[in-house]
Design a protein around this ligand. Structure first.
Ligand code: NAI
Length: 331
């Protein structure tokens, strides 16, 4: 039998946490033959609720779940973890300035970076979900210099999956028959959902999604806006932000990273830019990636037309500004 993998979920008493931990305990993230030990961190005001989640995990009697650590102590939470899913953060409340929210999250991610650096298992893989996800991941990277940059990522897979969902509804095809959409840039409303290279499996072979949709106006307009604004639409409908889809996408992100992407298929991940596609190096930016043997590689050589170029640059610009704002909170 395999040794258990230790998976940290921060903010585990929150909405996404509540949807995510049972998925991990059922093997959705790491496979149905992989035992897990869950480490759950939250802050003292949520300690009782966190303990309630732990009680339910016990009650669910998950065969793969070999242990649960539920704590408000960041060192205990980080000790020995192989995978860290960072969902905890400070939400923007009405009337708060962007800088104030950034400042709270910078200080959270700075201290959690140090705890991970000192106590996580070697080669720990990190996924930041909490917003501003790209910039929180960047701060975590800066303050955990001994964790390789390639091990620190942020979640844009939800946006990627939303794009698949929209194309599936538009073409009335199975979501599993569509592949290679791309989310470029920031997990924010400046992200660029791009179907230029996406394909659809049809009875007469693989076809370009763009040709099948055959409505560039929709693809360059409404489609992009729907995906960019989907989070807001969910909040309007549910009075709460996306949780089950965020949790499921976080599992997709880690599963593909650890177990690999299928041949010929890429996914979107927020990763440390090396300057590919002329995206400034040193930002955490969402790119198309393939994964193999636990490592991601940015897909190279895709053609970028003028329309796309502008969109890639606009979202990079926002991330550059966010980075500057985050740094101004440090001084
Ligand atoms: P929530 O408010 O229900 O849960 C957040 C939890 O984090 C709370 O239990 C809170 O006590 C905890 N927390 C706060 N500070 C903490 C700290 N320093 N250490 C540990 N835990 C801490 O929020 P929800 O709905 O679960 O969302 C979590 C985050 O995920 C938010 O920042 C949200 O904006 C983000 N998000 C990101 C998505 C993405 O695609 N990247 C999609 C959906 C949400």
């Amino acid at each position: 039998a395999k040794d258990p993998v230790r998976v940290l979920v921060t903010g585990a008493a929150g909405q996404i946490g509540y949807a995510l931990v049972p998925m991990i305990a059922r093997g959705v993230m790491l496979g149905s033959d992989q035992p897990v030990i869950l480490h759950m961190l939250d802050i003292p005001p949520a300690a009782e609720a966190l303990n309630g989640v732990k009680m339910e995990l016990v009650d669910a009697a998950f065969p793969l779940l070999k242990g649960v650590v539920a704590t408000t102590d960041v060192v205990e939470a980080c000790t020995g973890v192989n995978i860290a899913v960072m969902v905890g953060g400070f939400p923007r409340k009405e009337g708060m300035e962007r800088k104030d929210v950034m400042s709270k999250n910078v200080s959270i991610y700075k201290s959690q970076a140090s705890a991970l650096e000192s106590h996580a298992a070697p080669n720990c893989k990190v996924l930041v979900v909490a917003n501003p996800a790209n910039t929180n991941a960047l701060i975590l990277k800066e303050f955990a210099p001994s964790i390789p940059a390639k091990n620190i990522t942020c979640l844009t897979r939800l946006d990627h999956n939303r794009a698949l969902g929209q194309i599936s509804e538009r073409l009335n095809v199975q979501v599993s028959d569509i592949k290679n959409v791309i989310i470029w840039g920031n997990h924010s409303s400046t992200q660029y959902p791009d179907v230029s290279h996406a394909t659809v499996k049809t009875s007469s072979g693989e076809k370009s999604a763009r040709e099948l949709v055959s409505d560039d106006e929709w693809l360059k307009g409404e489609f992009i806006t729907i995906v960019q604004q989907r989070g807001a639409a969910i909040i309007k409908a549910r009075k709460l932000s996306s949780a089950l889809s965020a949790a499921s996408s976080a599992c997709d992100h880690i599963r593909d990273w650890v177990l690999g992407t299928p041949e010929g298929t890429w996914v979107s991940m927020g990763v440390y830019s090396d300057g590919s596609y002329n995206v400034p190096a040193g930002l955490i930016y969402s790119f198309p990636v393939t994964c193999k043997d636990g490592e991601w590689t940015i897909v190279q050589g895709l053609s970028i037309d003028e329309f796309s170029r502008k969109k890639l640059d606009a979202t990079a610009e926002e991330l550059t500004e966010e980075k500057a704002l985050a740094y101004s909170c440090l001084s």
